[in-house]
Design a protein around this ligand. Structure first.
Ligand SMILES: CCCCCCCC(=O)CC(=O)SCCNC(=O)CCNC(=O)[C@H](O)C(C)(C)COP(=O)(O)OP(=O)(O)OC[C@H]1O[C@@H](n2cnc3c(N)ncnc32)[C@H](O)[C@@H]1OP(=O)(O)O
Ligand SMILES: NC(=O)C1=CN([C@@H]2O[C@H](COP(=O)(O)OP(=O)(O)OC[C@H]3O[C@@H](n4cnc5c(N)ncnc54)[C@H](O)[C@@H]3O)[C@@H](O)[C@H]2O)C=CC1
Length: 310
């Protein structure tokens, strides 16, 4: 059962974890950025959500409203008026912009959640480094890229780290806090307390491929795809096995479809290129085939399973 207890404590009692960070700029208003903006706003922070696309921003505001409504229904089930107030106040703390430089000028913390591409991330952080106040902490929500490599283009390497959230952000309780080679103690502590202030349980990770979760999850999903590819079991049986035999909320092939097969492939290919001697990161012909056919999972309507298009 999903519990919103930690989230609820953030705005409903004086025991909420305090963070010195009050102004958060989230760059990228897609799946992850909208969730990060939501949890920050519901914890009482001033949020600027940035995307290059104003359509994406409009969509993000709509989905944040819906998801805040889900939280309110649960937390304020006996007091709907208070729930409506919570939704309106949280939404009121989120402003949207299409210019990252403008948004960084008043930020205590910038959390980047844009496309998983090193060059694009470099271009963004280089620009931000020139305009953000000197105290501003920069963090990336990257799933698979090196934090040190992303940070290599900024001068404030001591104020740079990883804040890796999980999908769906409002529900998943973990936050991986990644210390880069030059992340200083003050930045690390500030990231840890900010993570707690938005209701997450934080763990500390080194800047290694996939940090903790994805280093285990990616090979696990890949082994499940290989097992299916060999014909050792059906997709449904593999998923049932891991749900009922290992207690996972989703089976590995369902999860691969949920995350996106293109994302799975992108991560695997990147790691294979970087670590060619690691057999766990070898390409998987079936995964390559599905992606080349446009079968990307839930978002395209078909992956290992078929889905109704929304
Ligand atoms: C090679 C691979 C590489 C990885 C690639 C990179 C990705 C990364 O870097 C890291 C990641 O994020 S990995 C993915 C991590 N996420 C998971 O493993 C999700 C596993 N699934 C689940 O936990 C549940 O099925 C789940 C929570 C999704 C749905 O739960 P249920 O099955 O119980 O379904 P519902 O009854 O619909 O939902 C339960 C409660 O949660 C609320 N909810 C669901 N989705 C939500 C969303 N998007 N936003 C806000 N609330 C949401 C839902 O309302 C429901 O609440 P209640 O009705 O109040 O219980
Ligand atoms: N999808 C997932 O399950 C997870 C993804 N991540 C990571 O989070 C990041 C974002 O992933 P998603 O939210 O899934 O992607 P997404 O594709 O849903 O959203 C990315 C957004 O960034 C915007 N964007 C691209 N370049 C930009 C720029 N220069 N300035 C401002 N906005 C820009 C795009 O318009 C898009 O709306 C990636 O680094 C990904 O690896 C981390 C954890 C889980």
């Amino acid at each position: 059962m999903i519990q919103f207890g930690i989230i609820a404590r953030n705005f409903s009692s004086s025991s909420a974890v305090q963070s010195a960070i009050k102004n958060v700029t989230v760059i990228g208003g897609g799946l992850m950025g909208s969730g990060i903006a939501q949890v920050s706003a519901q914890a009482g922070q001033n949020v600027t959500l940035v995307d290059v696309s104003s359509d994406v921003l409009a969509k993000a505001q709509k989905s944040i409203g819906t998801n805040l409504g889900r939280v309110a229904k649960k937390v304020y089930k006996d007091n709907p008026a208070e729930g409506e107030k919570f939704v309106a106040e949280s939404l009121g703390r989120i402003k949207t912009l299409t210019d990252p430089a403008e948004a960084a000028k008043s930020a205590d913390l910038v959390v980047e959640a844009i496309v998983e591409n090193m060059e694009v991330k470099h271009k963004l952080f280089k620009q931000l480094d020139g305009v953000a106040p000197s105290h501003t902490i920069f963090a990336s929500n990257t799933s698979s890229l090196s934090i040190n490599e992303i940070a290599s283009v900024v001068n404030r390497k001591d104020k740079f780290g990883g804040l890796h959230f999980f999908n769906p952000v409002p529900v998943m309780k973990l936050l991986e806090v990644v210390r880069g080679a030059e992340t200083n103690d003050a930045t690390y502590q500030a990231m840890m307390s900010w993570g707690k202030s938005v209701g997450k349980t934080c763990i500390t990770c080194k800047d290694t491929p996939g940090f903790v979760v994805n280093r285990l999850l990616v090979p696990y999903i890949c082994e499940a795809i290989r097992l299916f590819e060999r014909g050792d079991a059906s997709a449904r049986d593999i998923d049932i096995a891991m749900k009922l035999g290992a207690g996972y909320p989703m089976g590995p092939l369902e999860l691969a479809d949920y995350v996106g097969l293109d994302t799975n492939k992108f991560i695997l290919d990147g790691w294979h290129k970087k670590y060619p001697d690691q057999p766990l990161f070898n390409p998987i012909p079936l995964l390559d085939k599905l992606v080349s056919e446009g079968k990307l999972g839930v978002k395209s309507g078909e992956g290992f399973y078929k889905y109704d298009k929304k």
